[in-house]
Design a protein around this ligand. Structure first.
Ligand code: CA
Length: 439
């Protein structure tokens, strides 16, 4: 997985409407969003204990870690030295640093709402974003030609990542990456993970790939128009314009080529799309809609799946799995290998679908053909937690309830729906919660 469970920084704007905040590494059915990442002059740390219940996130533990901040950073010098960071770079980078404790609030925020798939798509795939993307495709046409030739990743997908992650570089956040990663390396519940990110940040400064003034981004340290984490930068960034620096912030050729290189190394299949909107018959056996079940498209067709809009599948032998995010009431999607590659870039299905759909729109495709069940209220996290508790009480083994509807929860829902004589589509609706409550 490329990053620390971040959902697109382009979704930062969601926080303005009271959306979902927090960082979590999970099974990929949900993602998390860097909240308020764009606002350095945001309120100071609340002084409250975090919501995660983790012992390193109590207010006292945060204060103690903050008091120990410089001793902690000094303790990282030997590891930095082993990475060929000079003493001069290290001292210069760390001596005036203070911890940004506001990040602790953002890291541990409890999401109150979760957006539905249709809300994500409405926010991320707008006419404005399509127009802006097409303008960039024109403006950088020659760069895209060269990047496609070198990496085999199509320009529409790259532009869609650029658009979804940061609205083409306009919503990437302004927190200094050095300060954010240093804070997270020494305070809070993910220190081991972020030590690596902090050390990678020092290496970037040592090599002068990106000027420190431009090394700014989300509170978790993702930076640049396509939101590289420092360690992802180390793995994937390339110098495509040949000036000797891998500048994924200031150089569009470097940024696009580095993003393409990332997808290529993650397994991108050249010439193939991400997937297709499909129509799933109501009589379909929805238990087959499972991320583990890969079959040739021709097999799906035999089971009654057709492409939306009456079009044909260009390559029926390609293998795909079926996703029905809103159950029988919404559109289905056959997902090809490249959808999985996009999920490696950022492990959230709604994110990856937004990338795929925006790419199609940039290419000239139309909106989705089928309607979403917009009348469905999406369950809050507390309600999803409650739903899982009811399922456990009904005897289902879904693991520890965590408020996230993943594969096992969906399987339990399908079974419960079948017992009620409903279409077993696995969708966690408010109706279903009511029926579980009544038991
Ligand atoms: Ca360069």
């Amino acid at each position: 997985m490329r990053r620390f469970g971040l959902l697109a920084a382009g979704l930062i704007l969601l926080t303005a409407v009271g959306a979902y905040a927090g960082v979590r590494k999970d099974d990929g059915t949900t993602g998390s969003i860097p909240a308020g990442a764009g606002n350095v002059s945001a309120p100071p740390w609340s002084g409250q204990s975090g919501a995660s219940g983790d012992p390193t996130m109590t207010a006292d533990a945060i204060r103690a870690a903050a008091a120990n901040f410089h001793r902690c950073l000094d303790g990282l010098w030997p590891a930095a030295s082993r990475r060929k960071v000079s003493r001069e770079t290290f001292v210069e980078a760390t001596r005036h640093l203070t911890p940004d404790l506001r990040i602790m609030d953002l890291m541990d925020a409890q999401p109150e709402f979760t957006k539905s798939f249709w809300d994500y798509l409405d926010i991320l795939v707008t006419d404005q974003r399509i127009d802006d993307g097409r303008a960039l495709l024109d403006r950088y046409a020659r760069t895209f030609d060269a990047v496609e030739k070198a990496y085999g990743v199509d320009r529409y997908t790259l532009t869609a990542i650029w658009g979804v992650e940061t609205n083409y570089g306009t919503l990437g956040g302004h927190r200094p990456v050095l300060r954010s990663t240093a804070t997270l390396a020494c305070v809070g519940r993910r220190q081991a993970y972020f030590r690596n990110e902090f050390l990678a940040t020092l290496e970037i400064l040592q090599h002068k790939d990106v000027p420190e003034s431009e090394l700014v981004g989300s509170w978790a340290g993702a930076f640049g128009p396509t939101q590289f984490m420092p360690t992802a930068f180390q793995r994937y960034a390339v110098d495509f314009d040949g000036d000797g620096r891998r500048d994924v912030v200031g150089s569009v050729p470097d940024m696009l080529a580095s993003t393409a290189n990332n997808l290529k190394k993650d397994g991108w299949v050249t010439g193939q799309t991400w997937g297709y909107e499909v129509v799933v018959p109501a009589t379909f056996d929805f238990r087959l809609a499972d991320r583990q079940r890969w079959m040739p498209i021709s097999d799906w067709m035999r089971l009654g799946i057709v492409r939306a809009g009456g079009r044909s599948f260009p390559n029926p032998s390609a293998r795909a799995y079926l996703m029905v995010p809103a159950g029988v009431q919404g559109p289905g999607f056959l997902m090809l290998e490249n959808f999985r590659v996009i999920m490696r870039y950022n492990p959230a299905e709604a994110y990856a679908l937004a990338i795929g759909h925006l790419a199609d729109r940039l290419r000239g495709g139309g909106p989705l053909v089928q309607h979403w069940p917009r009348y469905e209220r999406v369950l809050t996290r507390a309600e999803r937690f409650e739903l899982q508790e009811h399922l456990v009480r009904q005897g289902y083994d879904i693991g520890e309830p965590d408020g996230h509807v993943g594969g096992r929860t969906r399987a339990a829902i399908r079974d419960f729906q079948a017992r009620l004589g409903q279409v077993p589509d696995g969708f966690a609706s408010s109706q279903l919660l009511q029926e579980l409550r009544a038991r």
